[in-house]
Design a protein around this ligand. Structure first.
Ligand SMILES: Nc1ccn([C@@H]2O[C@H](COP(=O)(O)OP(=O)(O)OP(=O)(O)O)[C@@H](O)[C@H]2O)c(=O)n1
Ligand SMILES: O=P(O)(O)OC[C@@H](O)[C@@H](O)[C@@H](O)CO
Length: 426
């Protein structure tokens, strides 16, 4: 499907079918508010993820954005990094038309939110242009809800944090354009036509242009409406288009080293080791909706921030929260004074039914909290034998079950999180 916008007919389009105006695959926005209070914006932000390349430099048959990492396509990690940000409204993924069905399947399988799939072009700029135009598409009589800011981010850069996205988006809002930069690792040199050194650049004066980049919508749209076929064919830098065709000088912001792009096969191995390491840094805390458990989860969530752990408290894993079963690797089931194992049994059953395509064990910690009044009744510990039996069965499904019981007066969130982090690092 090709996005063909009347004003820029064939401007960014490659070959392809007329575009579906871009109906959402699942239109409900992500209701899970995952942004911390520190990060919010007062203008609409959308994202374009160019993912229409072939990944030739990996030497693999499968385009790198669709290569599996721990049983999950690389692009799914990148989409998740954006869909978790509550102030991002729409994510346009731009893929080659022959990958459209695959992309739709990935979105459904991993229950991605806020995603619209658009057909790519023969070059990266053409693909990005298609994505930008789709954001302004009138689509079936709907007034285009054009974003104030568009974040553009290569789909093969899976490690992007909300805090940096917020910096890029607010700088783009203020300056019209903003981009991530990183120090150069190697010196840049110019060669003669015979392949000899012509001159070298003073490395300290230059930076590597990375992603994400942000633009006010009108700037990037106008840049693509005005740029030339040569730009579309050979260009690699959106910031240059904004300067060249809109006179907009991008604000440059040094980003973390995690912004690197998967380009070669070795980069896929690096992604896998980084993701494995990060597995111990997030968990889903299931509170059952009880006020006391929710209060405890809130205290843990605050403490988790100090350990750079992401902790998502939710009441259960049903309905819209069922996506956690596919994307999270660690779960803490909180029971208050309830020695019955039914809740954790239900969680393990839900995990087995969801059968997430992860090649590493899932970890479930049953956290039994005994409150002061209950403790005075001399309540006994949960039936350890029943827990052991359940753990033995769960292990057959790659689920590692642990139990921890403590009295409310013993709760020191940070120390428990250190313990959880140790257990999660499997
Ligand atoms: N016609 C294209 C070419 C590239 N991209 C996307 O732009 C990003 C960065 O480009 P690059 O790393 O060069 O990806 P490929 O072009 O796939 O890699 P190669 O040059 O090795 O083929 C990737 O997410 C890629 O999918 C795109 O959307 N459309
Ligand atoms: O050139 P490639 O297509 O490999 O990758 C695109 C990069 O050039 C681009 O992501 C940054 O340089 C920022 O513009």
């Amino acid at each position: 499907m090709e996005v063909r916008h009347p004003k820029v007919q064939n401007k960014c389009a490659g070959p392809g079918r007329p575009a579906n105006p871009g109906g959402f695959l699942d239109g409900h926005a992500d209701k899970r508010d995952t942004c911390s209070a520190a990060h919010s914006v007062d203008f609409p932000v959308s994202v374009v993820l160019p993912a229409g390349g072939t990944g030739e430099r990996t030497g693999l048959q499968t385009p790198k954005q669709f290569c599996s990492v721990l049983g999950r396509p690389l692009i799914s990690y990148t989409i998740q990094a954006f869909e978790r940000v509550s102030w991002i409204q729409r994510i346009v993924v731009v893929v080659a038309k022959e990958s459209m069905d695959l992309m739709v399947d990935i979105i459904r399988r991993f229950q991605h939110e806020k995603v619209q799939v658009v057909s790519g072009g023969s070059t990266r700029h053409r693909s990005i242009c298609n994505g930008v135009m789709a954001l302004g598409e009138d689509g079936e009589g709907m007034a285009p809800d054009r974003p104030g800011v568009v974040i553009i981010h290569d789909a093969v850069r899976p490690f992007v944090e909300e805090e940096f996205l917020h910096k890029i988006a607010t700088a783009a809002r203020e300056h019209g354009a903003a981009g991530a930069i990183r120090p150069l690792v190697s010196t840049v040199i110019a060669t003669t036509s015979e392949g000899f050194l012509d001159h070298s650049l003073e490395r300290a004066k230059y930076r590597a242009s990375e992603m994400p980049q942000g633009f006010s919508y009108d700037v990037i749209r106008q840049a693509y409406e005005r740029c030339t076929e040569t730009d579309f064919e050979f260009g690699t830098e959106c910031l240059h288009l904004a300067l060249q065709y809109c006179g907009t000088n991008a604000k440059l912001i040094e980003g973390p080293p995690t912004l690197w792009k998967v380009t070669y096969r070795k980069d896929l191995a690096a992604v896998e080791s980084v993701i494995k390491e990060s597995l111990s840094e997030s968990a889903c805390m299931i509170t059952g909706g009880r006020a006391s458990a929710a209060a405890l989860a809130e205290a843990f969530q605050k403490a988790a921030g100090a350990l750079h752990m992401g902790l998502d408290p939710i009441p259960d894993v049903t309905a819209e929260n069922s996506r956690y079963l596919l994307k999270e690797a660690n779960f803490i089931q909180v029971s208050i004074n309830d020695q019955c194992l039914s809740e954790v049994e239900a969680l393990i059953q839900a995990l087995e039914e969801a059968n997430p395509a992860l090649l590493h064990p899932l970890v479930v910690i049953w956290m039994l909290v005994i409150t002061e009044d209950e403790a005075s009744d001399g309540s006994t510990a949960a039936p350890a034998s029943a827990l052991m039996d359940m753990a033995s069965t769960a292990k057959l499904h790659q689920i590692l079950l642990y139990g921890i019981q403590f009295h409310q007066s013993e709760v020191r969130a940070l120390s428990f999180l250190h313990l959880f982090s140790f257990v999660f690092f499997h």
